[in-house]
Design a protein around this ligand. Structure first.
Ligand SMILES: [Zn+2]
Length: 457
């Protein structure tokens, strides 16, 4: 991630200097949370955050041994207690890959026969992709995910209980169900919500940016496209605003052009989060460009069409096994995203497994007349290189044609247009009639997510 710079280009140094009142607030909040909130909720999320912060510092072999044991425990549990897995050999590679639809269709087979022993929270997913699902997640599994956020945000100078602003569409922020407990937690944690609608036009985005900056919180957490639109509006209006020390984007890939705009507009440290609640994945992108997975939460595999491990660099289906979900275990669960596995030894020095990219939803691909499927990653290169494109989308309206939609900056020129078109034509093996348009509106999912490859047939 980038260093936070102030308007004069100096590195911000406010992370370590807190007023006494703020330090006392944090101490008090931590104590109250441990003594009262955690026992009431039955989820030791803050204690777990401290524990996991230490866990990641262990050496590779200690962590791997811990993970192997956790994996062995969950597969043995599943064979013993989950009807769908009865009789299987307790080895992960003997388990079938399952997806959301399988679990929706046969719920009883995936629930544990000993589910009464595990307290759950009910989670909701998929509303934004038009495929909603309410599912039970062990409180312990939920706590692992929340703990990951707490200790990762801490790394960027944001403590548990620092004022936060959530920005985006309610579904992806998990706010579609009003819950008293959540409202209480938000009040205790000083989290504010500023909901965006799907429309991200310039005027509204600028208003939203001004209002968000006026709150003077320490962190924004929200949709990548919402915050990118706010940034674009600020830059277009040549306004000078001071953003929070940390901005974490979620729900959508953070494209390099969006990242640049957000840093330029708000001067904040910007971190991309990738997460899948169903299954239990949490990852944050480091300054070396890799998404660091929370290894204590789950095992993530990247698999090809025949459910074999993809070779490095090849995009495949992201499949997760949660170490902590018992009520309804998630084992080799296909989350529906396509990703590329990264290296174990990241240049940033952080330990553990990584993804280099999450490139879109499965099913998002261009289909050539010869049957070749082109996943979104095929098209990244020119868009990451040219300066003049703010956002883009590739649409295949019919089997023979392709439209490249771009939102240009003032600097977009003929050379850049040529670079993009020749790359897309070449990747499409000249089998499609390709045109570029800079004035068509983008298509979003029903939850307001920006998709980069859309096929209409
Ligand atoms: Zn790294």
């Amino acid at each position: 991630m980038d260093l936070a710079l102030d308007r004069g280009g100096n590195v911000r140094t406010d992370a370590g200097r807190r007023p006494l009142a703020a330090r006392l607030h944090h101490k008090g909040l931590a104590l109250t949370t441990r003594l009262a909130v955690e026992p009431i909720l039955g989820t030791p999320f803050l204690s777990l955050a401290d524990e996991r912060e230490q866990w990641v510092l262990q050496n590779e072999s200690e962590r791997e041994a811990w993970r192997a044991e956790a994996l062995d425990r969950i597969v043995r549990y599943a064979v013993r207690c989950v009807p769908a897995y009865a009789g299987l050999e307790p080895r992960l590679d003997h388990f079938p890959v399952v997806d959301k639809q399988t679990m929706i269709d046969r719920p009883d087979e995936f629930l544990s026969t000993r589910r009464d022993e595990h307290r759950v929270v009910w989670k909701h997913t998929g509303g934004s992709t038009g495929d909603p699902w309410n599912y039970p997640l062990d409180r312990r599994a939920w706590a692992e995910g929340y703990a990951t956020q707490i200790y990762r945000f801490r790394e960027f100078g944001v403590e548990y209980g620092d004022p936060k602003l959530l920005l985006g569409f309610p579904t992806s922020l998990g706010l579609n169900h009003k819950s008293r407990i959540r409202r209480l937690r938000f009040a205790v944690e000083r989290t504010d919500v500023s909901l965006a609608s799907i429309e991200v036009d310039g005027t509204r985005s600028l208003e939203r940016a001004v209002q968000a900056c006026d709150r003077h919180v320490r962190m924004w957490y929200g949709y990548a496209s919402t915050i990118a639109s706010m940034a674009a509006a600020v830059l277009d209006a040549a306004r000078t605003l001071s953003g929070p020390p940390l901005i974490v984007t979620m729900a959508e890939p953070l494209w390099p052009a969006w990242h640049r705009d957000i840093v330029d507009a708000f001067g904040s440290t910007v971190v991309e989060e990738y997460g899948a609640n169903d299954g239990g994945i949490m990852a944050h992108r480091c300054e070396a460009g890799n998404l660091h997975l929370a290894d204590h939460q789950s095992l993530v595999e990247v698999l090809d069409d025949e459910d074999r491990a993809c070779p490095p660099g090849q995009p495949g289906a992201i499949v997760v096994t949660n170490f902590h979900a018992r009520h309804m275990p998630f084992i080799r669960y296909r989350v529906g995203d396509i990703g590329i596995e990264g290296t174990l030894n990241c240049d940033c020095g952080r330990a553990g497994r990584t993804l280099t990219a999450v490139t879109g939803r499965s099913g998002d691909f261009v289909l050539l007349p010869d049957g070749t499927q082109l996943v979104p990653a095929t098209f990244f290169l020119p868009f990451n290189q040219v300066e003049g494109v703010r956002r883009w989308q590739i649409v295949q309206p019919d089997p023979r044609s392709l439209v490249v939609r771009v939102e240009p900056r003032a600097s977009f020129n003929a050379d850049e247009k040529k670079t993009i078109l020749s790359w897309v034509r070449q990747r499409s093996k000249d089998q499609l009639d390709v045109r570029l348009s800079d004035d068509e509106p983008f298509e979003l999912t029903s939850g307001g997510k920006h998709r980069i490859v859309i096929r209409h047939f």
